[in-house]
Design a protein around this ligand. Sequence first.
Ligand SMILES: Cc1cc2nc3c(=O)[nH]c(=O)nc-3n(C[C@H](O)[C@H](O)[C@H](O)COP(=O)(O)OP(=O)(O)OC[C@H]3O[C@@H](n4cnc5c(N)ncnc54)[C@H](O)[C@@H]3O)c2cc1C
Length: 600
Amino acid sequence: MADTLLDRRDLAFQLYEVLDTESLNERERFSDHSRETFDAVFDTAERIAREQFASHNSLADREEPRFEDGKVTMRPEVKAAVEAYAEAGFIAGRYDYDLGGMQLPETVMTACNGFFMAANPSTAGYPFLTTAAANVIRTFGSREQQDWFLQPMLEGRFTGTMALTEPQAGSSLADLRTSAKPTDEGHYLIKGAKIYISGGEHELSDNIVNLVLARIHGAPPGVKGISMFIVPKYRLGADGNPGERNGVGLAGLIHKLGYRGTTSTALSFGDDADCHGYLVGEPHQGLKYMFQMMNEARVGVGFGAAAIGYRGYQHSLEYARDRRQGRPPSEKDPTTEPVPIIQHADVRRMLLAQKSWMEGALALCFYGARLMDDSHTHPDEAQRHQARQLLDLLTPVIKAWPSEYGPKANDLAIQVYGGAGYTREYPVEQCWRDNRLNPIHEGTNGIQAMDLLGRKVWQGNGEAIQQLFGAIQADLQEAPDERCRQWAYSLSETLQQAGKVTQSLGQALAQEPPEKGLANASVYLRLFGHICVAWMWLRQANAATQALAGEVSSADEAFYQGKLQAAQYFFHWELPTVAQDLVLLQNRDDTCYAMRDEWF
Ligand SMILES: Cc1cc2nc3c(=O)[nH]c(=O)nc-3n(C[C@H](O)[C@H](O)[C@H](O)COP(=O)(O)OP(=O)(O)OC[C@H]3O[C@@H](n4cnc5c(N)ncnc54)[C@H](O)[C@@H]3O)c2cc1C
């Protein structure tokens, strides 16, 4: 089985040669850090991910959590791994020193989490959700809520969940029904049902802190009436320790295609006992608060999809070097040794596609993480604002493109293995099953597409998209040789056409019913995503070409040549495919819009 979780050479290239992550250390917040401290953090993440997470990835997939004797049981390795993650300080990795954190940049924490995602996405889910929930409480929770819940969460004693989805309200959160009735004692009584809540029940921690969206009695309908509540599994005693059981019940465990090690729960609130909830921030602002968590989670989903896609690529690469089958078409002698399948161009096609999709997707996610860093810590306010705007625009793309292409990469990994790939004896089918969740959760990719075309592109009078085009243009100018200039030219052409199409879609949206204007939003998202990933490949190709102009070791020479070949794959095989997207969008093709239910 392939040993590589995230390739350290590639990580160093992406973070230090393309993104200049070291420059973050000039900022006050990160001034104690250096490339050496970042690398030491990666060493720890890689070691724990390999020893404590990868080691039970397949076992936890085969032995799903079970509900027995009133408790959810699962393999003991999961608890040990979650504890090791917390003890190493990763839950609080981004946080201030005085909260017990390490003040690590998002870019570095994102890379760390890549090791865990590649190793075992199900077990990684528990601490990742905890970090995200803790972040909301830190930002919007009261002083008291922070004292009660934040510290135990950062230490891993309490875990977190996000509880939005209800049976009748998945994509459409406007239809949420869970209710919250105020009491004289300050808390609310929560009543309702949630479904698919990840990590909603288990015995991994002393308490589970659910962040629940609900409506306060008398709240306005739709998303404007949604508030956020902290609903713990156990109410806290006066000493801050978990005491009496709160009225959150496990209605059932949900059995899934992948991500089997993470409990997926149907939860009931206030069915058998009173369920206390504590309002976070202001009433009716719940969705806004949750969106902070979801935006972060969405970048995390994109990165996770890229990491699992990359893991499958590494497995299939190793297999293709090892598995012998057939001979080159020019070899007519059947008594000669069969060749490793990597010698067949068609197998290299499948490997290159995975490499170019996933290394492009990883680069896009790292770029997003860097924008998070800039939006929080750039010394110049105008730059912080620009980073926020650009991140906001790119979030649906960072969520959706890697999660669309991650499972496609895993599909090709299965194909590289042939029959072996279809069996449970080999790891790539699990990669595909796990990754298949990513286009669905945290807002389906269809919803991301509508968010991009219906909202994000037009925000601030289209300032963010202008900014994006400007940033791409700047990298086009940097192309250091003829080959990169050719690629820059293709990207520039596509960009111009995308600009025109965006304008005409904007006019259409102003004149037509939105259901017509948004009917092909997924096509627009694909076009947008391909442009962004091509841009990421140009940035990588520019860096690789510059490096090759100097003196490099033979290992580095192969590494950079690999980068250029993967960039070429993207520019020759992928970017041209958007021509069809452009035609559909330019013509405002109405095939799907006009199709009728009764015609199916
Ligand atoms: C394993 C797993 C873990 C999850 N974890 C959590 C969690 O921890 N917390 C939580 O709150 N939720 C969680 N979810 C729920 C998840 O976020 C939802 O499944 C997702 O948002 C989609 O909602 P739905 O399943 O109700 O699908 P639906 O909303 O019914 O969508 C079905 C299809 O219709 C499309 N569609 C829906 N509305 C529109 C529209 N207006 N326009 C165009 N297309 C539309 C969708 O894109 C999709 O293709 C999880 C789900 C799974 C499977």
